[in-house]
Design a protein around this ligand. Structure first.
Ligand code: NDP
Length: 448
């Protein structure tokens, strides 16, 4: 699909000119603008107020040097980023990613997506994202600590509980958040909810670890129910083996599905008997090992090097690793194998051609912005608990998460109906997320 509306075309051309060499960011903007075609037709006030021209430009982009000393005493230099994209409905909120592939394009695409995702949760959070091209793989605990401290030494000047509240993402889990929080506190002499994903002993929320994966399955549950079915007896293929993948696998299994795959950037495992989660968690969360070790430990499972999981026969596919990990060939392989539901745990894991192929084939498709919003939703709940200095139980947070995911599904579905594309959750999620932010931007005016 390509843009038809002349005004949106013009906006997109400007974005392309201004952000050359940033393919991921342009991909994310194009998808949202395509969804907004019917909104632009119905709402001339949004065009008149320049909302779309403004929303595609980050409010602030911070790039900084992160120098640190490795275990051999050698000085290392990485590049740090924080993109504060939009604060119309609340303080900037979004994760920090540590991965060698991180660059301005990746962080801007993630920050842009975050605006709409955060809006969909119904909680008061703006959109932001950050990270560094630092590679945590193979680094010692001390090296991770020194990197995180150096990163926060600069970042702390730009964030705060009412300004910008970062969280985890790829390569940033409880250990890294702990080091980052410790350094913020040392530098600012403030114990505040400036980060989410904190440990339970210092202000973290129960259910945050599980939130994105659980939320994804609650969302898929709504998709299944809409088609009169459920997880029971369904075969589920999941990619990745990090935070999102592991807890998606847990909830899908609890709801009656059989999860048969997990992967990492080296290859994937297939277990026809259903993934043994205790083994997978031990390898990834405790030993920080590689997924191929699973096949050495669980009889009957198979490891395939250098391949993705998408050749596996399944009813439900949940990409939970990284952006553009599922392309047109993968989509065609899944469709040929009879997949009926696809929902994105990772951010933008399916290429635009793959999404189009799913939609044409009648596969019910749940986009990342809606389907993986459970993580940031519970981050929002962590902020609430920090503000009132109280902690809710696991069950209380889980119940709130479940309610939020149901609402996101309903709002995305309703928007798809209201704007003439019933069941197209890509368009519905973009439109529903956008409209709330647009109203706030109009209300707050333009600085003359
Ligand atoms: P983790 O770091 O815990 O796990 C990432 C997983 O994806 C690992 O298995 C990793 O394998 C794999 N992976 C990462 N990069 C690549 C790559 N380039 N090619 C193939 N595999 C890769 O991250 P999360 O589980 O937290 O995040 C996964 C996805 O979910 C990301 O897109 C993230 O933005 C998104 N997300 C995460 C949320 C959260 O709460 N954590 C919230 C919402 C979205 P390897 O070890 O080999 O690198």
């Amino acid at each position: 699909m390509s843009l038809q509306n002349a005004y949106l075309k013009e906006v997109y051309e400007k974005v392309c000119k201004r952000n050359q060499g940033e393919p991921e960011f342009l991909q994310a903007v194009q998808e949202v603008l395509e969804s907004l075609e019917p909104v632009v037709e119905k709402r001339p006030d949004i065009v008149a107020e320049g909302v779309i021209d403004r929303i595609v430009e980050p409010e602030r982009v911070i790039t900084f040097r992160v120098s640190w000393v490795d275990d051999q005493g050698k000085v290392q230099v990485n590049r740090g980023f924080r993109v504060q994209f939009n604060s119309a409905i609340g303080p900037y909120k979004g994760g920090l990613r540590l991965h060698p592939s991180v660059n301005a394009s990746v962080i801007k695409f993630l920050g842009f997506e975050q605006i709409f995702k955060n809006s969909l949760t119904g909680l008061p959070m703006g959109g932001g994202k950050g990270g560094s091209d630092f590679d945590p793989k193979g680094k010692s605990d001390r090296e991770i600590m020194r990197f995180c401290q150096s990163f926060m030494t600069e970042l702390c000047k730009h964030i705060g509980p009412d300004t910008d509240v970062p969280a985890g993402d790829i390569g940033v889990g409880a250990r890294e958040i702990g080091y980052l929080f410790g350094q913020y506190k040392r530098l600012r002499n403030e114990f505040t909810g400036v980060l989410t994903g904190k440990g339970l002993t210092y202000g973290g929320s129960l259910t945050r670890t599980e939130a994105t994966g659980f939320g994804l399955c609650y969302f898929v549950n709504e998709m299944l129910a809409a088609k009169g079915t459920s997880f029971a007896g369904k075969t589920v293929a999941i990619s990745g083996s990090g935070n999102v993948a592991l807890y998606a696998a847990q909830k899908a299994t609890e709801l009656g599905g059989k999860v048969v795959t997990l992967s990492d950037s080296n290859g994937f495992i297939y277990d026809p008997n259903g993934i043994d989660l205790a083994v997978a968690k031990d390898i990834k969360e405790v030993k920080r090992g590689r997924i191929k070790e699973y096949a050495d430990r669980v009889p009957g499972s198979v490891y395939t090097e250098g391949k993705r999981v998408w050749g596996t026969k399944c009813d439900i596919a949940l990409p939970c690793a990284t952006q553009n990990e599922l392309d047109l060939d993968d989509a065609n392989a899944l469709i040929a194998n009879g997949v009926q539901f696809v929902a994105e745990g990772a951010n933008m894991p399916s290429t635009p051609e793959a999404v189009e192929a799913f939609q044409k084939a009648g596969v019910f498709f749940g986009p990342a912005k809606a389907a993986n919003a459970g993580g940031v939703a519970v981050s929002g709940l962590e902020m609430s608990q920090n503000s009132i200095r109280l902690s809710w139980t696991f069950e209380e947070v889980d119940e709130k998460l479940h309610g939020i995911m149901k609402n996101i599904y309903k709002n995305a579905y309703d928007a798809s109906v209201a704007y003439g594309c019933p069941g197209n959750l890509v368009a519905g999620a973009n439109i529903a997320g956008f409209l709330k932010v647009a109203e706030a931007m109009i209300a707050q005016g333009v600085a003359y």
